[in-house]
Write a protein that binds this ligand. Structure first.
Ligand code: MLT
Ligand code: ZN
Length: 477
């Protein structure tokens, strides 16, 4: 067995083996491998050990053992994050704490429209369990087959249904959290209203494991849709697509459950990745995947969508549309949208951006970036797509596989983020800061905000042991 244990940590590891069981403490390189890199293989680290506790008490025991010992802890979920927030540093001195074995559904309450799930539950299982109870858990994104509750809450994930249901934060009623000193905060209340001072759960959601470890969550459920209609709508420009969005919102209100903008290069990349016939889709510079859904089974939803589309055609907003005629076709449309990230990964290196701007600023923002990148690097391919209804664009740029790629990636980050800032936007809409965006956060967030964040970090993680170097720079940086 290959181990890299410092003598000082050896006793701690032995004690953890005794209390957690040997199979919950991974020391061998081959056992640790999948916990030491992210899904895209962009970040690589080392670990003193990978711990796999199976209860909140075990997590608390680990944190008590670590507190004040100088050993740092990196909480990890399904490892599908895109900013390196769950990958340990290269020091080999950190413990990775995987929540994957805490995967029980503790409660589903259809009257209360809520469920309590542990941090290691996979998002797709949460959706399925809710569906079995006749309910709907709306969070949805491409990595839902591997993303875990603790991870999607720690990054405040968004995805494709935010336009109607909000992001992970909006879907959370309560949390159970193990604090850095091993104390357990039992905050699994399922209340819609609770004005008893600071809303503590909001501190841990989106904190990327830098303040404590989310071990369970009380989530909101919704009525399930009894019918839905999915269409791909062709537009000549983002401005037209934005007019289409306004039209759908005005005409169909809360029925609108997704409005995903996809540029032609993103569409072609995903289609060829999936070996899908191009004839299926409209041939236009921009396409929006539009979904409307309702719990009301007697509404003529398809007719309502056809009416909105007809008004878009009449007013010269949209050029063409394909409405899915059955569930299989609707699923194929979604598969294309959800495969863009995997298609990009297969295409080689890329520099990813996860930005948001006010919805009305999207066309101007896209024009500005395309012009600036086109002037500086006409050879690069821009893959733009995203959640137009949330003002969130993924503007990813495919990179050449040569040695200068890292320098180029940094230059492109600066260029895109400066334009985002000029549109009063955010450099991370839904993926988080992780380790990937720390320097850009420090460059672009106001000193007042950074100082407030640092005060919160110091107050909750007094010894600086929780996922250092993520979100905020590690003290020595
Ligand atoms: C998505 O919306 O598909 C992902 O969040 C985007 C990405 O991989 O950049
Ligand atoms: Zn996204």
């Amino acid at each position: 067995m290959e181990t890299l244990i410092k003598p000082a940590s050896g006793a701690m590891i032995e004690s953890l083996q005794r209390t957690l069981g040997a199979d919950a403490v991974l020391l061998a390189a081959q056992d640790q491998q999948r916990y030491l890199t992210d899904w895209r293989g962009q970040f690589q680290g080392k670990a003193l050990a990978v711990l796999r506790p199976s209860s909140v008490d075990q997590v608390a025991g680990i944190m008590r053992a670590c507190h004040g010992s100088g050993v740092q802890v990196v909480p990890q979920g399904g490892n599908s994050g895109l900013a390196g927030g769950a990958t340990p540093s290269a020091s080999g001195e950190q413990l990775v704490l995987s929540l994957e074995r805490m995967n029980r559904v503790r409660l589903i309450d259809p009257i209360d429209d809520s469920m309590i799930v542990e941090a290691g539950c996979i998002l797709q299982q949460v959706q399925e369990q809710a569906a079995e109870a006749g309910k709907y858990f709306p969070l949805s994104f491409g990595a839902e087959g591997s993303a875990q509750v603790g991870g999607f809450l720690s990054t405040n994930a968004g995805g494709t249904a935010v336009i109607r249901y909000g992001n992970a934060r909006a879907l959370t009623l309560g949390l159970e959290v193990v604090l850095p000193d091993g104390a357990i905060w039992h905050g699994l209340k399922r209340l819609r209203k609770d004005n008893t001072g600071y809303d503590l759960k909001q501190l841990f959601i989106g904190a990327e494991g830098t303040l404590g470890i989310i071990t369970a969550a009380a989530l909101r459920l919704y009525p399930r849709a009894r019918q839905s209609c999915v269409a791909l709508v062709a537009f000549g420009s983002p401005r037209q697509a934005q007019k289409g969005l306004a039209r759908f919102k005005d005409e169909l209100g809360e029925f609108l459950s997704a409005y995903e903008l996809i540029s032609q290069p993103a569409l072609s990349l995903a289609q060829s990745h999936l070996h899908m016939a191009p004839a299926l889709l409209p041939d236009a510079p921009w396409v929006a995947l539009v979904q409307v859904a309702t719990a009301n089974s007697s509404l003529a939803l398809g007719e309502l969508v056809e009416n909105v589309l007809a008004s878009c055609f009449d007013d010269g907003i949209a050029a063409d549309a394909v409405v899915a005629t059955n569930e299989r076709q609707a699923a194929a449309f979604w598969r294309i949208r959800e495969s863009i990230t995997a298609a990009e990964r297969a295409a080689g290196k890329s520099v990813k951006h996860d930005v948001s701007v006010p919805i009305g600023a999207i066309p101007g923002f896209l024009d500005a970036v395309q012009q600036a990148v086109g002037e500086a690097h006409p050879e690069l391919r821009i893959i733009a797509f995203g959640h137009m209804g949330d003002g969130n664009i993924h503007l990813n740029i495919l990179l050449p596989a040569d040695a200068g790629a890292q320098h180029l990636a940094a230059a492109l980050n600066t260029l895109v983020h400066d334009i985002v800032t000029s549109f009063e936007g955010s450099i991370s809409a839904e993926h988080g800061i992780g380790q990937y965006r720390v320097s850009e956060l420090i460059r672009l967030k106001s000193p007042t905000e950074i100082a407030l964040m640092q005060k919160i970090k110091q107050a909750l993680d007094t010894t600086g042991q929780m996922n250092p170097g993520k979100v905020l720079p590690a003290p020595r940086d």
